[in-house]
Design a protein around this ligand. Structure first.
Ligand code: AMP
Length: 280
């Protein structure tokens, strides 16, 4: 695996390599786990060249403490990517991604996606995500971008970004990779205490329960019951919502036909966990 910290040698390398096949790109913030590696595997299967990036993007953290505590395990990450057969790792500094001369902050018109769920509870988060993804896509110009369904709303935001900017990159969304007990893999899971880790699978069980108990009509009693289940299980939930799968329009009622997804965000041990699952 070739590692680049700077943009210009990376671009030079990619210009040569692109003559030999398509480029698949897996952007990450590091502290890699099997969920990230599954994206790398998909990229490898479908492309001549697989590029991963590790960059803990300061502009997408609305909570400075979350940024400071974000786990960094770079040597292990490099080893895992090498084992997986990743061809290129882009490992830039903050100054490389956001040099002083970069044009002033652009506003991305994300509409409702910026107002609900993660957009509501993490103000500015998706603007930061768009800023870094726009920059990374400009540098790597991949044929396909590999994203995880674990961050369902982020997948929609990036799909919208690509559309807004007229970027020709295709987006491939990979299923959520889970621990055996159902907990969605996340870099933040390592910050859970042993007690917290034992409680954590409840978040996925509430999503499964939502699917089992979903009935046409008023969804609010089910939502309240599941919020209460999370509170009783030691979580401090921020939201548990049902939304239309195609655009994340929130739903209090279900007509029995529309495709819905349930989405949840909750603190456990001071760690913010998110998850989602189709319920129809
Ligand atoms: P992150 O490093 O958290 O920014 O994630 C980098 C990419 O990996 C994003 O596209 C995430 O959606 C994806 N990802 C993170 N966790 C998982 C998981 N458990 N299963 C599948 N994809 C994931």
């Amino acid at each position: 695996m070739v590692i680049f910290k700077n943009i210009s040698p990376l671009k030079g390398y990619l210009a040569g390599a692109k003559r030999h096949g398509t480029v698949g790109f897996v952007p990450t913030m590091g502290a890699l786990h099997q969920g990230h590696l599954a994206l790398v595997r998909n990229a490898r299967r479908e492309n001549g060249l697989t590029v991963a990036s590790i960059f803990v993007n300061p502009t997408q953290f609305n909570d400075p403490k979350d940024f400071q505590k974000y786990p960094i395990t770079i040597e292990n990450d490099i080893r895992l990517l090498e084992q997986e057969g990743c061809d290129v790792l882009f490992l830039p500094s903050v100054a490389e991604i956001y040099p002083a001369g970069l044009p002033a902050n652009e506003h991305y018109e994300l509409g409702m996606l910026d107002q609900v769920l993660e957009g509501k509870f993490r103000p500015g988060h998706f603007q930061g995500v768009c800023k870094v993804v726009n920059r990374l896509l400009d540098i790597v110009t991949p044929d396909t971008l590999y994203l995880g369904r674990k961050d369902y709303q982020q997948c929609m935001v990036i799909t919208k970004l690509v559309d807004l900017k007229g970027i020709s990159t295709r987006i491939s969304i990979c299923p959520t990779f889970r621990e055996e007990d159902g907990l969605a893999m996340s870099s933040r899971n390592v910050r859970l205490s042993a007690v917290g880790r034992a409680k954590a699978p409840l978040i996925y069980r509430t999503l499964q329960q939502a699917k089992e108990e979903l009935k046409a009509g008023d969804l609010r009693p089910l939502r309240e019951k599941l919020l209460e289940t999370l509170r009783n299980g030691g979580f401090q939930p921020e939201y548990f919502e049902f939304a239309r799968s195609s655009d994340l329009a929130l739903r209090d009622h279900w007509d029995g036909k529309e495709e819905l997804v349930a989405l949840v965000a909750a603190f456990l041990d001071g760690v913010r966990l998110i998850d989602n699952h189709p319920v129809t």
